[in-house]
Design a protein around this ligand. Sequence first.
Ligand SMILES: C[S@@+](CC[C@H](N)C(=O)[O-])C[C@H]1O[C@@H](n2cnc3c(N)ncnc32)[C@H](O)[C@@H]1O
Length: 497
Amino acid sequence: MNKRNNFGYKTQKKRNQSNKPYGKKRSALATQKGNKIQGKHSTINKHRGNKKKETLEVTCTGLSNEGKGIVQWEGKQLEIEHLLPGETAEITMSTSGRYVNSELKRIITPSKDRVRPICSYYYDCGGCQLQHMNEQAQKRFKQDTINKLMKPFGKPDPILTMDHPYDYRNKSHTTFGLNRERQIIGGLYAQNSHQLISMDRCLIHDPKADEIWKTIKDMMKSFKMQPFNEDTGRGFLRHVLVKVGKVSGEIMVVLVVASPIFKGKNNFVKALRKAHPEITTILMNVNNRDTSMVLGNQEKVLFGKGTITDTLCGMKFDISAKSFYQINPVQTEKLYSTAIEMAQLTGKETVIDAYCGIGTIGLIASQKAGKVIGVELNKDAVRDAIHNSKCNGVKNARFYQGDAGKFMVEMAARGQKADVVIMDPPRAGSDEAFLSSVVKLKPKRVVYVSCNPVTQARDMKYLVQNGYEVKDIQPVDMFPQTVHVECVSQIVLRDKN
Ligand SMILES: C[S@@+](CC[C@H](N)C(=O)[O-])C[C@H]1O[C@@H](n2cnc3c(N)ncnc32)[C@H](O)[C@@H]1O
């Protein structure tokens, strides 16, 4: 058994021993970012000299953007996971060459914001980073993060939080491995690693998804299905992806396998459907590449239509295995309603839905717009968007496959017009090709939806330097218990332009 102190905190040494997949070793350091080295479970700070492991008493002065406690040490700033502002604690510092690994050992004076995490895997998994904070502290942390990043543009509105901040993820993917006793285990990778953490419930997943993958894990032995081992390249089942339509109740199960030869697949599908008659479609996805990407290119429908349908803001959306679909539908409705309100549509406008995924925002906006033009890189998502347009009887929307930046450059070169641009790029944000074309097209309003306010603030700065001003900023908590925060902003063309 691992030892925990009063606050449920385990030491790094104990954590490393838990549920390690057979024969797999935790590797040492990860990537270097500026002057900081990011480690697997702990923050590793660059420092000169060779020192032995030592224990220090420190006081936390604030939180980093990643939710880590900031402490000062010998004139340097260290970031310690799971430490809260105002807390005094013992940390261990171990030096290896030029690198110092600092981590929390014992909390001496706990913060009033500290709670015992309700997930028993919290300190092993790393998928959530804020469960040791109460809800008010999580809310304050996210609001402060957005306020700091958006300071050059004005004061953001209060964050829209979730009433029940658990069970919200409509998509989960589980990985399988063998433990030391060579029994099959299933769970999630620890953050930034391929260390499999055996678990039977993730409190932010839809509970149904966890029941399904556990059934699959229990079926594996009788179907002689081995978990795939990344090191040896042997084994069959790599992951199970489950997507749940929260409103429709439809469920998709994707068996991600290492080889297209799936012996006994009909019996497997029959047994799985018998155990879970609520599953509406089952797919096999073949991923035989040496990659950390979950899904491969080959896909075969084993049962059902191969997609699920869900309802969002009163419209129906078909979702494929590979298409992006927001993972928290309760908060997505708040996000989309805010975005469409910010677009201030009157029924006449030409709206660009850039990075449109399966067309959700554009199709919802089409009810209030003259016409919608959607652009998206993923061809499966574009196919879904076109299908979704037809299913909802939308006549004024067109969707195109391609890079949004290139698409906008071509639009600007052809002298085409757009009144409103709604953009929702991936975490990396947009690019100069896209943003400079927005500046050329001069839409009256840009509504920028983002899951990464750091890149959003960078892109907003470009627009502000090129004729736009920020009118409204609304953070939305789409990912409770984690450090992530969604943000939508309304950016308008300044009068003189
Ligand atoms: C955050 S998702 C937003 C999707 C959609 N707006 C929604 O709310 O469901 C970002 C989307 O951008 C797409 N994407 C990524 N890079 C792109 C690019 N260069 N050009 C166009 N789309 C891109 C991704 O495939 C993904 O569907």
